[in-house]
Design a protein around this ligand. Structure first.
Ligand code: SF4
Ligand code: SF4
Length: 336
């Protein structure tokens, strides 16, 4: 156990799937040196197969007795997707206005999967009850990390001062047990150096009092960062005071430290005559329960009650926090 734990809260009602966070992370950390295929931050469409493909079905994590579960190591080409480029020259050469345009603008490889391969597909039938929402994901910097438990080299550790989970590259021998052990598949094998690598929560920025690049750049202001024991932090208020921010797949047993405010703002369904079904919600509550556990019912009740209170009285601390008037208020990172 670390002395203190940093956490991130993401409000899924506000993510617009713009991928600014993904680009901020990629350009900072993973666009070179064998990390090209990795996305330490990705934003996937839910429902969907996600990244890596069908990650929720690949095992890892702990059972109810606390035993580490076997897991599958995803294949780089088939499950993550190799980075591809486009033949820009052929596009420049061809006349797009001709009657027979050449099929020029094509990936230079033949990918079968990649991040956001099934973006915006979602589930249900348009226009009756189709739905999806965006699910941004980073390493959860878990309190009981499956990656750490699976490593026979003790190469993975949690920092005392903030609980950030890191790989000691001097100790890592590239066995990849950590990848099997992480149920979120948020630790990756770098084939160039034969070692495992993962999100470092931008700890060099954290140490300067700055939020991780994904949170700093978030266009939707959905990401809050702070210490879980800091009662002044908005993270504390969302997780502990109002209990509206919940960990993803708590049933995996790793005690994640990334929390999500569940989506409550889906439009109602239509019946076969195109009429609104009053009181209906396109996002099935069973799906939210699968993602966030039974606590999601109370979290949604609280959010709705506070929204009504805000409408009637003009006052609600919870709504003020979620609206995020001031970006800087979303982060409290001093190590004191
Ligand atoms: Fe380890 Fe996976 Fe948890 Fe990150 S999300 S700390 S890689 S078990
Ligand atoms: Fe969502 Fe923010 Fe990332 Fe845009 S930058 S995809 S709003 S988490």
């Amino acid at each position: 156990m670390s002395k203190r734990q940093l956490a991130m809260v993401m409000d899924l009602n506000k993510c617009i799937g713009c991928q600014t966070c993904t680009v901020a992370c990629k350009t900072q950390w993973t666009n070179r040196n064998g990390r090209e295929y990795m996305y330490w931050n990705n934003v996937e469409t839910y429902p969907g197969d996600g990244y890596p493909k069908k990650w929720m079905e690949l095992g890892g994590g702990f059972d109810a007795a606390g035993d580490l579960q076997p897991g599958i190591i995803p294949n780089i080409e088939a499950d993550y997707g190799v980075p591809w480029d486009y033949n820009y020259e052929s596009l420049a050469e061809q006349n797009l206005l001709s009657d027979k345009p050449e099929p020029g603008f094509r990936p230079d490889q033949s990918p079968t999967w990649g991040p956001n391969w099934d973006e915006d597909e979602g589930a249900g039938n348009f226009p009756m009850d189709n739905y999806f929402f965006y699910l941004p994901r980073i390493c959860n910097h878990c309190s009981n990390p499956g990656c750490l438990s699976a490593c026979p080299r003790d190469a993975i550790f949690k920092r005392e001062e903030d609980g950030v989970v890191l790989v000691d590259l001097d100790r890592c021998q590239g066995y990849r047990y950590c990848i099997a052990g992480c149920p979120y598949k948020k630790i990756y094998f770098n084939p160039k150096i034969s070692k495992s690598e993962k999100c470092i929560l931008c700890f060099p920025r954290i140490e300067q009092g700055l939020p991780p690049a994904c949170a700093q750049s978030c266009v939707g202001r959905i990401r809050f960062v702070g210490f879980l024991d800091d009662e002044e932090s908005q993270v504390y208020k969302l997780v502990h005071k109002y209990k509206v921010a919940l960990p993803l797949r708590p049933d995996y047993g790793t005690q994640p430290n990334v929390y999500y405010v569940p989506p409550t703002e889906a439009p109602p369904k239509f019946d076969e005559n195109g009429k609104i079904i009053e009181g209906s919600n396109r996002i099935p509550i069973e799906e939210l329960e699968k993602l966030f556990g039974p606590a999601v019912h109370d979290a949604i009740k609280t959010i709705k009650a506070e929204r009504e209170k805000r409408k009637k009285t003009g006052k609600s601390e919870l709504m003020d926090i979620l609206i995020a008037y001031q970006h800087q208020d979303m982060f409290r990172l001093d190590h004191n």
